[in-house]
Design a protein around this ligand. Sequence first.
Ligand SMILES: [Zn+2]
Length: 414
Amino acid sequence: MAPSRRGTAVAGLLAAGAMVITGCVAAPEPAEPGVIPTTSPISGETRTTTTATALTPLLVTARGPVVPFTGSDGKVIVTYELALENTTPLTLTPTKVEVLAPSGAVLQTLDQAQAAAALAQPTKRGGVQQLTEAQTATLYVTLEFGARPDVPDRLDNRITVSAPGLPAGTATAGPVPVTVSPFPPPVLGPPLEPGTRYVAADSCCDSPRHRRAPLPIDNRVWLAQRFAVDWEQLDDRNRTVTGENPADPADYTIYGKRTIAAADGTVVHVENGLPDQKPGALPATTSPAQADGNSVVIDIGGGLHMLYAHMQNGSIVVNEGQRVTRGEQLGLVGNSGNTSAPHLHFHVMDGPSPLTSEGVPYTIDSFATTGEITSTAAFDELENTTRPLPVRPLPGDGRHRDQMPLDRVLVTFS
Ligand SMILES: [Zn+2]
């Protein structure tokens, strides 16, 4: 009986508060009609029950909290995932996505085409138009703000769907809140030796390879690669392959470049002994344990860890338990593990496991940009050839401080 009494007491407190607050104004504000605060006697969960209920064919669950960071476009970026589940036999078409501030101000609206572009399923990492009976999908939402103080501490999400069988033709799910974390993204140094035209391939936020790569492990979904970068490099003719043979890892511009500690820390895991793959295609089979190839995980404190993957066999010069300082050499860029071209996969995560952890954004304290590759499609087409990649300048080219290199930008580390 106690939970019921507590529920009654809460209702009484609310009523008393209303009386106190409204005592000095002309007309008492009536309680919202039909609202019955209650507590489940079984779970203890508190609810606000209304007598007027609405059918919600689409269930929306937010993943979070979300950590804002500054990208190399100078904007403060907030990017998160919403899990969508069609709970009905109907075919639902998302027609509008709205993100609101706690004030109710609409911060971003996606139309039907934009919503589809942001909606992904395991074999289709974007462009999902509809959810058929009982289907699920993930909506990837990204907002940009002028400055960190402009970001509210909560973002409310509303998703409108249409379906021929719905009584009103459409239904709106939400508002579903996403909590914005005050956690400051770590500020790191470069993960690679000084050099020019490093490519931040498949970095945040629209490239799907890392950003849209959730993994179900141990009965939950993880997105460790959320902010990963596959660092490649162009030569002075904008080619990823400097030599003559795209099937030889050693002919790639970045092959053999030194990977260095981007922060002080302790090496907690080293994987070594795996051969380079032949570039041009992913290996036919790779076990999850060997997907990162020759790799290093470094604990940088505060629960954060850095992953360096796909290095050359025998090149890793640090051992588990060893303290490393920023700038210290770890190994050499190679092509081991689940990879189709030599590169350094680098990401920061909230635990030591490259798979069962969540990706955390970070910034690099000093780097320069010299343009960007025009598209992921162009990059994919030319990555394993000796032909030059198309590059264009960016408005913000030059020196950057405390920013994360965004997808496809060309970076100079000095
Ligand atoms: Zn990668």
